[in-house]
Design a protein around this ligand. Sequence first.
Ligand code: ADP
Ligand code: MG
Length: 247
Amino acid sequence: MQVSDEVAIDIRNMNKWYGNFHVLRDIDLTVHRGERIVIAGPSGSGKSTLIRCINRLEEHQSGHIVVDGIELTNDIKNIDKVRSEVGMVFQHFNLFPHLTVLENCTLAPIWVRKVPRKQAEATAMKFLEKVKIPEQAGKYPGQLSGGQQQRVAIARSLCMQPKIMLFDEPTSALDPEMIKEVLDTMIELAEEGMTMLCVTHEMGFAQAVANRVIFMDQGQIVEQNEPREFFNNPKSERTKLFLSQIL
Ligand code: ADP
Ligand code: MG
């Protein structure tokens, strides 16, 4: 699991408000290619907002966000370019219910990337094999378990050949027996060198996979460290309190 010197995401002095509510405060974060970052923190601390800002599902009001060398501003061309490089997987899989698994995976490649259908289907099958559900390709999302649906969502993202993957609590809506199959898929992606930012409460995953854990509270990055130090030797009182509540 190599981390390169190349910068994948650079966030400088970034602030965001929802109306009067200052949700992200002076965020500075540099992510190098190949990094696997887990973002932890209490509910409402701004974790989802932060990762949604990285593909402009939310807009920041000051500071800079640069993704793969492209600064996120109101320029729609740049936003589209960034979105085509950044995959996102949500807590609630957000699959299209009226499309088959295969169609979910080929829709964007065919219509956004203009990939020929046959080629898009071959790529989709490759990624459905990778997430270990090629036999579900002809089914509809409603016929699949939650864990299978989330693996389709991951495969669908991979079909766009992203350089960066963002995960927002991908296992929080799953029954316990399905969490592992999704985490295993994420571990495999990490091992292949994908740059990943994962909001998750799965601290076992953080310990096994992350090269860095970031702790957020009240819109700020309070502390960050490599996992062993983060869990064994937390510095701030807020981190200690958080860890005492979840571990
Ligand atoms: P987390 O993912 O850490 O639970 P969020 O980023 O979802 O935190 O939310 C951070 C804060 O911003 C919370 O107080 C939440 O209520 C508020 N918030 C989130 N989305 C919106 C929105 N669209 N409008 C107003 N407030 C929001
Ligand atoms: Mg959230």
